[in-house]
Design a protein around this ligand. Sequence first.
Ligand code: ARG
Length: 465
Amino acid sequence: MSDTQTNASWGGRFTESTDAFVAAFTASVGFDRRMYRQDINGSIAHARMLARIGVLSDDDCAAIITGLEEIRGEIERGEFPWSVELEDVHMNIEARLTERIGDAGKRLHTGRSRNDQVATDLRLYLRDAIDAIRAELRRLLGGLVELAANEAETIMPGFTHLQVAQPVTFGHHLLAWFEMLKRDDERLVDGRKRVNVMPLGAAALAGTSYPLDRDYTAHLLEFAAPCANSLDAVSDRDFAIEFAAASAILMTHLSRMAEELVLWSSAQFAFVELPDRFCTGSSIMPQKKNPDVPELVRGKTGRVNGHLVALLTLMKSQPLAYNKDNQEDKEPLFDTVDTVQGCLRAFADLIPALRPQRANMARAARRGFATATDLADYLVRKGLPFRDAHEVVGQAVRLGVETGRDLAEMTLVELQAFSPLIEDDVFAVLSLEGSVAARDVLGGTAPNRVRDAAAVARAWLMGED
Ligand code: ARG
């Protein structure tokens, strides 16, 4: 061994040691150490499989397992001597294992490469992360269903172009959020299938000359199957891109919810009150209560979108198979996981604590001529062609604008001046309650439909369909 050989894992063919800056520049241990648990589990499964096929003695296998479990303890107690010279989590743990158990530690890497090892670790990590994210997501979905069921009869203005359009029920609006996030959950579940495939056995790129039982290793690690092609197994990161894409869509949904919460909690809307514990004040303006949590969720959407583009760009044009470029997959992926999980947790806590301001919502719904379409529909039912009815109601709205009143606040005589078809029964139609109750169609805003939809949503969440 020459004294220039600083890296025991691969230094054999080198005649000078790695430049100190290059060592730091190429190291990933600063961020990939968070996969230590997956790395240890992957190694234990690999050792078990090697022992089963007779490539590793039972004694060596037992020593490896005990050694790795002790290393896990060291890491969790903060006693593990992480070293940048050892580049990444894989070589840190392997070197420590050899330090502790001697030659058996050096046999662990038989029939394996860091290329299939890191791809396996990343998939194991992401699989766990998806499960943790889904737990928060489903907690948020549960909160939305319960609030929606509670608010099935609460009336608010529905908007298009952020102009008052037609009255809707608050519960209906909340269930729209539910549907958006439900699809996000489905996307995560679907993507997880493509995460849950095992690269181990691909070795560096071509497979290995040892008679590995890949099905057995996959079984131990609870992978659905081994990857079918060794070149593909070590090189692609499409599973991470898919997760980032699902996350970007999810964050886009959260940002839309966030935006509405910011608007609704303003004095101008005052549709909801956010609990104080989710807000902060201003150091200069004593009256302020800022909706920081929704604002931050809205803002964090940017970095998740950025990570998706980073991963796509990372993989673009890479020749097969593994390239060091792939080391750059981790930070965007980890930050996506942390960000999405944090945002979901914040919203899952926030939604059940929202305080709807029902009277303000109803007042706002009465202000924007939200029942104008109902009046037009009423005239159609009395025989007027829709286009004529539209014109009649437009004239009534103009009077309302000029005199500062809603349609429901006009007298029968005033309304009849626009059309003799208007009778006493018009006021039921012009009421907010009558308007939403009339939207009694599957997927509509009528309170009974909202209650039905909440029941369906709850059943889906409990896995009943
Ligand atoms: N730290 C590397 C990564 O994150 C591990 C694999 C490196 N393989 C290699 N032959 N240099 O991708």
